[in-house]
Write a protein that binds this ligand. Structure first.
Ligand SMILES: C[S@@+](CC[C@H](N)C(=O)[O-])C[C@H]1O[C@@H](n2cnc3c(N)ncnc32)[C@H](O)[C@@H]1O
Length: 260
């Protein structure tokens, strides 16, 4: 790694060692924590936040779909989605931290149907039901995480899909290991839990779920546990709903089965 990159990493590590401020509102703490890191956020997190590309692939985002990302940060998902983002009917990227949203806005410039929105993921709702909602490493940073999951369910059209990738405390993790990760991440306002995945599995029909471990920068020999979950919002009795069609006007195969 070049000396300039090492120096930039050192700045990020210093922030992480200082931890997230303990005073102020949730939004103020996020801003104070992330503003000094915003320019180097993506480069460092590329080595820390694993499974984000796999999340996008497993979601099978369709042209013509209405898509929401909650806790979008710098909007780096746009890099992973690529050209397809221009084909969505809408893509709302929501976050509470102005410093990271500034970077997201630069990324989204030129995409007509992308909106970058400063709002709280526990309460924000789109104008109409959407086909896809996803979150990458956001749930663990939101104290009221169960409200975000419920809010995501509420904004999905019947048959719509949710995707989440995040750190967690696995059921088969040993007590000491789980304590280590809880404390390590908790210092930076990242709250690992063993309850996120069970709630996702209770609320949504599971399409796929994978639990893995991945390396942590500058922590040789340690691998942090994370999961990748894809689920579907079930149609409730007597409920009708509109779901995304492809650009040709035909329903994608997976949605056709849902509404048949
Ligand atoms: C670890 S970052 C992940 C960012 C991005 N999804 C990524 O993969 O790089 C967590 C994000 O959640 C956002 N966040 C935390 N609480 C939030 C809330 N209540 N509403 C919206 N976003 C929130 C933070 O500002 C931050 O951008």
């Amino acid at each position: 790694m070049a000396a300039a990159d090492l120096a930039a990493d050192a700045r990020i590590l210093w922030r992480l060692l200082r931890g997230q401020p303990k005073t102020g509102s949730h939004a103020e703490r996020l801003q104070a924590f992330y503003a000094p890191q915003a320019d180097r956020y993506d480069a460092f997190r590329a080595r820390l936040l694993h499974g984000r590309q796999a999340l996008i692939e497993r979601l099978e985002l369709q042209p013509g779909a209405r898509v929401v990302e909650l806790g979008c940060g710098t909007g780096s998902s746009l890099q992973r989605i690529g050209e397809r983002a221009a084909q969505f009917a809408s893509f709302d990227m929501v976050d509470l931290c102005p410093a990271l949203l500034d970077v997201a806005r630069q990324r989204a410039a030129g995409f007509e149907r992308i909106r970058v929105i400063e709002a709280d993921a526990t309460t924000w709702q789109p104008d109409q039901p959407v086909d896809f909602v996803f979150m990458s490493y956001a749930l663990t940073m939101i104290p009221d995480w169960s409200r975000v999951i419920a809010n995501a369910e509420a904004m999905l059209a019947p048959g719509g899909r949710i995707g989440v990738v995040d750190f967690h405390l696995p059921e088969d993790g040993n007590w000491l290991g789980n304590q280590l990760w809880r404390t390590w991440f908790g210092h930076d306002g990242v709250h690992l839990s063993g309850e996120h995945l069970p709630m996702l599995k209770r609320l949504f029909a599971e399409r796929s779920c994978t639990e893995r471990r991945a390396p942590v920068p500058y922590l040789p020999g340690f691998r942090a546990p994370y999961y990748l979950f894809i689920g579907e919002r079930q149609r409730k009795t007597g409920e009708s709903g509109e779901v995304a069609t492809s650009q040709s006007g035909e329903l994608p195969e997976w949605l056709r089965k849902k509404v048949a």
